[in-house]
Design a protein around this ligand. Structure first.
Ligand code: ADP
Length: 729
């Protein structure tokens, strides 16, 4: 019962507060101001109720009619104050004015009823009003109110000797009213203390949440950053090793690859430094005054030959008239080169890019509008909101364009620094348009050549040369090869190229560029081993691992996770899901070799074990858990259909939902023997068991084990065990 009452109190309390919030709702106010408004309003209402009770008591019960004007003054102030308070944005002023009037009214009332000694506690009404001002949250007014209140008390004290007490203020009236109003002030203090404590709790919780969020963001940033660093480092380190070991093969192409990757690293470092500089507000604007149109022409124009090389038409449209304004040439160059390099990166040969600059007026302010338009692949609607986020790259399974995902984040920060804004419109398959709006100002020093000679780097330098798209090696049917099949699941073409270069002599390599494609390929070809990255578009490495381990066709395949995420949690997650090894980039070639070899060696040992007949049964054996589970499924299918001579590979395939080649590949991977032979062997072992331990004769045993032809049974038996079945009798 008590609990029900408590629950009811809780619900009604919250409901009342919600109603008050709805009543006071004001879109012009911040949530924090609305909160103050709510509490100030509640306090006004409480004060009003007290005034009503006191007035009723004084005037009706105690018949102190001569002070009727006090109640009337309160009433009028409330009548005007309440509605204005509700509608006004400056509600704090309204409440303070109302409470100031109260303090003054109380002052005169005290003079009338004989000063402090016979104040009837009116002194507390004034104090209440001063304290109520705290809720409005206006520090100046609060101090002012307390000064006003203290002054009135001081005045009454000074005038005390000249004041007389009228007859209607009897000691009883004085005492009773005093007690009532003293209780009121106590209620007010309690109310304020509760609010203060609640506020403190809320603040502490919000602070803790903020720290947690910052921590999370930091971890994510570190993870992403290390990923971006480790990938190029892997290639640099690996290429250097390759050049050392096989100079004849790599001395020519290796340095170029290393150079490209160091450019990637350098650009990444520069971008990160620039972003953090902007954030720390330590990147000042270095403004010059010049013709921005000419400057944009210079920057965009330097991309001409690059665009031409890629068979992309670049058109720079300029306004006829010069547009003079202040701008920072270095920052504007970074912004434009980022947009231009993206446009070139994401536009296929035959496409076109256009850049134009024009002056415009927006909200009565002069602005400059720069458009960078391309006819490239476009950005999907769901990704548009995220392209300005750090490290965000639109996932695309067919494309592994190099990049860091930092370019647009930096671009936006730079545009903000220049007090402008950037927007984007895009349609997949049609193209993308970035629009930059910059304010026009005319305060900086004029530069002769529009700032072109002032920039320290060439626009084109900030563009990463895209490595030659490595042609996927032409692999002949891997299944026929003697070499083990290795499936590489990795989205970065450079890493793939490097892995191929070190592994192709020892493995038949198959490729997939993301987890989804990796899974499809793995279940189709059933490779001997899989090497996968973690961070990939569409489906990441962990998800791929989960899919592989959940699928009967692929659950036996050893997986090496190759990743830039070296943190313990990622490692544990990978190992928990079933990764056999975890290699952190940059890894050494030897380490990778060893790990792959060790795993394949383990496979060989397992094959030997599982070959022995009858195959060991699955009894919670964790070492070969998946493998034994699979074999025991086949065994139980065979047991159920032992007598059925026609039951064979086709039925097993349909029962296990696998194709013939899949079953064949998987079975050979586990036992190094063919399924057909296994089925025959299994039947023969069962027949032998029936003769030996169940006392069946040869014909019965052969028949019950699915051999309808007795002479075929005898020949097979002799082949399997080296002696005829009759020897067992
Ligand atoms: P990155 O350095 O990887 O290019 P950005 O921050 O510059 O990173 O861009 C983020 C993502 O936005 C890119 O990965 C790309 O998918 C998408 N993007 C940017 N510009 C274009 C464009 N002009 N056309 C198509 N996609 C684009």
């Amino acid at each position: 019962m008590i609990n029900i009452l408590k629950a009811m109190k809780h619900v009604t309390g919250r409901e009342i507060v919600n109603r008050i919030d709805r009543y006071l709702a004001d879109p012009r106010l911040e949530p924090e101001a609305l909160l103050r408004k709510r509490w100030a309003w509640i306090w006004m209402v409480v004060t009003f109720v007290f005034v009503l009770i006191t007035a009723f008591f004084e005037l009706v019960i105690l018949k102190a009619w001569p002070i009727w004007w006090v109640g009337a003054a309160f009433g009028v102030s409330y009548l005007i104050g309440f509605p204005v308070f509700r509608r006004s944005k400056r509600f704090d002023l309204v409440i303070n004015i109302v409470f100031s009037i109260f303090i003054i009214v109380v002052f005169f009332a005290m003079l009338q009823i004989g000063g402090l000694t016979t104040s009837m506690g009116f002194v507390f009404v004034g104090l209440n009003c001063a304290m109520g001002s705290v809720l409005a949250g206006n520090l100046r007014w609060t101090i002012g109110m307390f000064i006003l209140y203290c002054s009135t008390i001081l005045f009454v004290g000074i005038l005390q000797p000249y004041l007389t007490t009228p007859d209607y203020i009897t000691p009883a009236v004085n005492t009773i009213t005093f007690v009532g109003l003293a209780l009121w002030i106590n209620a007010c203090i309690l109310f304020l203390v509760i609010l203060f404590m609640k506020d403190k709790n809320r603040y502490e919780k919000a602070e803790a949440e903020k720290v947690r969020k910052i921590d999370e963001a930091k971890t994510l940033l570190y993870t992403n950053v290390s990923h971006e660093f480790r990938t190029p480092l892997t290639i640099i380190q690996g290429m250097a090793e390759q050049m050392e070991q096989h100079p004849d093969k790599w001395l020519k192409t290796g340095p170029g690859k290393i150079k490209v990757q160091s450019q990637v690293l350098l650009r990444l470092v520069n971008q990160m430094l620039d972003i953090s500089k902007i954030e720390a507000e330590s990147m000042p604007l270095d403004l010059i005054h010049g013709d921005i149109r000419k400057y944009v022409q210079y920057v965009a124009g330097s991309f001409h030959s690059l665009a031409e090389n890629r068979d992309i038409r670049l058109q720079v449209d300029l306004n006829d008239k010069p547009i003079y304004t202040d701008y920072d040439p270095e920052k504007l160059m970074l912004v434009l080169s980022n947009l231009m390099s993206n446009a070139i990166k994401f536009t296929a040969p035959g496409g076109h890019i256009s850049v134009d600059v024009s002056g415009t007026i927006e909200k009565k302010e002069e602005k400059i509008e720069i458009h960078v338009r391309d006819s490239g692949k476009g950005i999907p609607q769901e990704a548009i909101g995220r392209i300005f986020d750090r490290f965000y790259q639109v996932p695309d399974k067919n494309d592994q364009t190099p990049g860091t995902g930092l370019g647009l984040a930096l671009t936006r920060e730079l545009v903000k620094l220049m007090k402008g804004n950037i927007s984007v419109t895009s349609e997949v398959g049609t193209g993308t348009e970035f629009i930059i709006m910059l304010p026009v100002t005319r305060n900086a020093m004029v530069e002769e050549d529009n700032g072109i000679s002032m920039v320290h780097s060439e626009p084109i330098n900030s563009f990463i040369q895209m490595p030659e798209r490595g042609k996927e090696p032409d692999f002949h049917s891997a299944i026929l090869s003697e070499k083990p099949i290795l499936l590489i699941v990795e989205d970065n073409m450079d890493v793939v190229e490097y892995l191929i270069s070190i592994l192709e002599d020892h493995y038949m390599i198959e490729l997939a560029s993301n987890g989804k494609a990796g899974f499809e390929k793995a279940s189709e070809i059933i490779p001997d081993i899989i090497l996968t990255d973690v961070m990939m578009p569409q489906m990441d490495g962990f998800e791929l691992l989960r899919h592989l381990k959940d699928d009967i066709r692929t659950d036996h395949i050893p997986v090496v996770v190759l990743t830039a995420r070296g943190d313990l949690q990622s490692k544990l997650t990978g190992l928990e899901i079933g990764a056999d090894h975890y290699l952190v980039k940059p890894f050494s070639e030897k380490e990778l070799f060893l790990k792959l070899n060790n795993l394949l060696e383990l496979r060989r040992k397992m094959q030997q074990k599982l070959r022995s007949m009858p195959s060991p049964l699955y009894h919670g054996n964790t070492q070969y858990r998946y493998e034994l589970q699979f074999l025991s499924r086949i065994n139980s299918l065979l047991d159920d259909q032992l007598q059925n001579e026609d039951f064979g590979i086709k039925d097993i395939c349909s029962n296990l939902n696998m194709s013939r080649p899949q079953l064949y590949r998987k079975f050979t991977a586990l036992t190094k023997r063919s399924v057909g032979r296994y089925i025959r062997s299994y039947r023969l072992h069962k027949a032998k068991e029936k003769i030996e331990s169940q006392g069946k004769n040869v014909t019965e045993a052969a028949y019950e084990s699915g051999f309808k032809n007795l002479s075929h049974f005898s020949t097979s038996f002799r082949e399997e065990f080296g002696y005829p079945p009759s020897d067992l009798l």
